[in-house]
Structure formats: structure tokens, C-alpha cells
Write a protein that binds this ligand. Structure first.
Ligand SMILES: [Zn+2]
Ligand SMILES: [Zn+2]
Length: 360
């Protein structure tokens, strides 16, 4: 039978997105149909529409979403119509070499819906296998993570991507613990979530680095103890000064630029950890003296989606929020309609918002 719904589609490289009526099939085996209630606007959506990820246009954008399960397909267990869920892009397979070794947060064969959503008969490529700037979307049942339904959907959805990536960079990948010093480079949604994660994990010094004073102010609200405007001061020297001359235990790069990665590398204490959670573009290169990589010891890590396990981490973050220990409301700068996504991209590019969230 299927459903006709309004959705935000990127039809070609660099073209403004448009609202289209798309066809969403009823769920088949292992799939779930979700009525989307809210979906955040993420940089990755913009990267899709700019053709920076791949050329599989048309894209159905949107992937930071929460909603209510409308129907599940044959064979789906543990999920039913009416469940309130946050969508994830790590539906673990249970069978790949990472899963079999007990490391499902690295799963190399994550599940997406098998059937395609279509526009005029043409298959759509859903952003990160989700495609939630739509009244309804079709996903693999494992992409639905049940959370406490008393949380606002516009807040819950953010857990599905940027907030989880930043939190996980600090708590999972960086393994920040009590008494650690942490520096975070780039204070947008992901970086501020890393600041909040470091605070919850017990870091005693949290240094936020950005070139925009407004973003540094946001970082302070999320728990940064010090801020450094790196357009005016030498970030590495200032971080050393703030950490007894040593550097931070954990440096988190949340932009994806060689210059800031290099700052993170040199602002780290001996045997410390650098976490790269910002996504670089394929042309970027970095040159570091190998002796410095050896001589400084520690570890240089990348954080994929905050190395999260959605079934473990999403409900926990929602519960911490509902207990008042994690203010997720502050991530929502504005709520908008589907037709406002293109304008929201421009506000995001200008750094005016932490997150614009489409509410349906
Ligand atoms: Zn797997
Ligand atoms: Zn995202």
C-alpha cells in the first residue's frame, strides 16, 4: 500500500533542497515505519546536498530524529507500534568481526531498511540510512532505540547524531575520568556535547577553544571552565598555561581541520589522548614529526559516532537529561518547519545556531 508524505530532498549537487511528496513503503521483514516528530539539522545533511559525501542523488535528508513507531514488519521483536524512539545509524548486526569480538560499537555491517523510499519512482538515498526530514520514514527495526517518552521529541532526536558524537568522544573514545583535564577544539553542537560529557565524567578542567566568542559563551554554559579564542591567542600555549605547563590529558578535535588537529596534538600532556571526532574532507593532509608522535606517547584516536552503542547510550543520556543532570534543551536554538531547512543550512554555516530542529 505505502504512504505519500512530505519530505526534504536534495536533487542535485549544490542545489537548494526542496519539499517533495515521496513514497514510503509499508515495513517489510525486519523494518519499521516511523512517524517522525522532530529532526535536527546537522552539518552532514549539508555535506550530502553539496555532494561532498557521494553522488547518489536524490538524497532524502535528515538523520537526527525522534518519533513514534507506526508499524513494524514481519519478524520484528522488541519494538511495537506506539513506541517512542530515537533513530540511530548504528543498528548493530551481531555477526561481523567487531560484533563477534564483543565490540558492537564498531559494527562494520550495520542494518538499514531493505526497501527503498522513492520520489516519482526513483529510489532515494536516505542520509545516513535514515532520511527523517519527512513525515514518515522507513528504517531497519534496529535503528529504533526506545527511550523514556516523557522527553520532548526535539530534544530526544539530537541524541541520534551530533550530541551522541560529542558525548561519546569524551566519555567513550576519550575515556575522560575524574580529575582529568580536557581541551575541546570547536564549540558547535558536537564540541559542546563533548564539553558536557567531560563535565559529567568528572573532568576538573575543561578548556573550550574556538575563534567565535559566541560559541565560547555557549561552551561555558555547557560546563567549560576556561575559554580560549584562538584567533587572538596561541591555543597551545594557553592550554599549557592552564594545565600547570603540561597540556591537557584529553584533547578533542570537533571540527575536522588539520590546523586544529595539530593544535590538539601539541596541546596534549605526555601520554595523553587526542580524539578526532570532527570529520575532515578527503583532500586534507597533516604532517607531524614522527619523533613527536613517538616521544609524546599516549594515543591518537578517532571517534566514529562517539563509539556509541545506541541501546546502551541513548536511554542513559535521556535519563540523565530527565534527572536534570544534563541540559539538552540548550542545544535547541530554534524549532522550524520542513520548508525552513534550506534557510537553516545558511544559519548553520554562519554559526548563528547550535541546532535548528524541524518539528513535525
Ligand atoms: Zn556487526
Ligand atoms: Zn549528523
Amino acid at each position: 500500500m505505502g504512504h505519500k508524505v512530505r519530505a526534504v530532498v536534495a536533487k542535485g549537487k549544490g542545489l537548494p533542497v526542496s519539499i517533495e511528496i515521496i513514497d514510503v513503503p509499508d515495513p517489510g521483514p525486519g523494518e519499521a515505519l516511523v512517524q517522525v516528530q522532530a529532526c535536527g539539522v546537522c552539518h552532514t545533511d549539508l555535506h550530502y546536498r553539496e555532494g561532498a559525501i557521494n553522488d547518489d542523488f536524490p538524497f532524502l535528508l535528515g538523520h537526527e530524529a525522534a518519533g513514534v513507531v507506526e508499524a513494524v514488519g514481519p519478524g520484528v521483536t522488541g519494538l511495537a507500534a506506539g513506541d517512542f524512539v530515537v533513530l540511530n545509524w548504528r543498528a548493530v548486526c551481531g555477526n561481523c568481526r567487531a560484533c563477534l569480538r564483543g565490540r558492537p560499537w564498531y559494527c562494520f555491517a550495520t542494518h538499514n531498511a531493505t526497501q527503498k523510499m522513492t520520489l516519482d519512482g526513483r529510489p532515494l538515498s536516505p542520509a545516513l540510512g535514515i532520511g527523517a526530514f519527512a513525515e514518515k520514514t522507513l528504517v531497519a527495526a534496529g535503528q529504533c532505540t526506545k527511550v523514556d517518552p516523557s522527553v520532548r521529541p526535539e530534544v530526544a532526536g539530537l541524541i541520534g547524531c551530533g550530541v551522541m558524537a560529542g558525548f561519546g568522544a569524551a566519555m567513550n573514545t576519550g575515556n575522560v575520568g575524574r580529575g582529568d583535564s580536557v581541551a575541546v577544539f570547536g564549540c558547535g553542537g558536537v564540541g559542546d556535547a563533548a564539553v558536557a560529557g567531560a563535565r559529567l565524567a568528572g573532568a576538573h578542567t575543561i578548556i573550550a577553544v574556538d575563534i567565535d566568542d559566541k560559541k565560547l559563551e555557549w561552551a561555558t554554559q555547557f560546563g567549560a571552565t576556561h575559554t580560549v579564542n584562538s584567533s587572538r591567542e596561541d591555543a597551545v600555549a594557553r592550554i599549557r598555561e592552564l594545565t600547570g605547563g603540561n597540556g591537557a590529558d584529553v584533547c578533542i578535535e570537533a571540527i575536522g581541520l588539520p590546523q586544529t588537529y595539530e593544535q590538539a596534538f601539541y596541546a596534549r600532556d605526555l601520554a595523553g589522548t587526542v580524539v578526532l571526532v570532527g570529520v575532515p574532507n578527503p583532500t586534507m593532509k597533516i604532517e607531524l614529526p614522527l619523533i613527536e608522535i613517538f616521544g609524546r606517547g599516549g594515543s591518537l584516536k578517532s571517534s566514529w559516532y562517539g563509539d556509541c552503542l545506541p541501546s546502551r547510550d541513548f536511554p542513559m543520556l535521556i535519563d540523565l537529561h530527565l534527572q536534570g543532570r544534563l541540559d539538552l534543551d540548550k542545544f535547541v536554538s530554534e524549532t522550524i518547519g520542513l520548508e525552513d531547512v534550506e534557510a537553516a543550512f545558511h544559519r548553520m554555516e554562519r554559526g548563528e545556531v547550535l541546532r535548528s530542529v524541524v518539528v513535525l
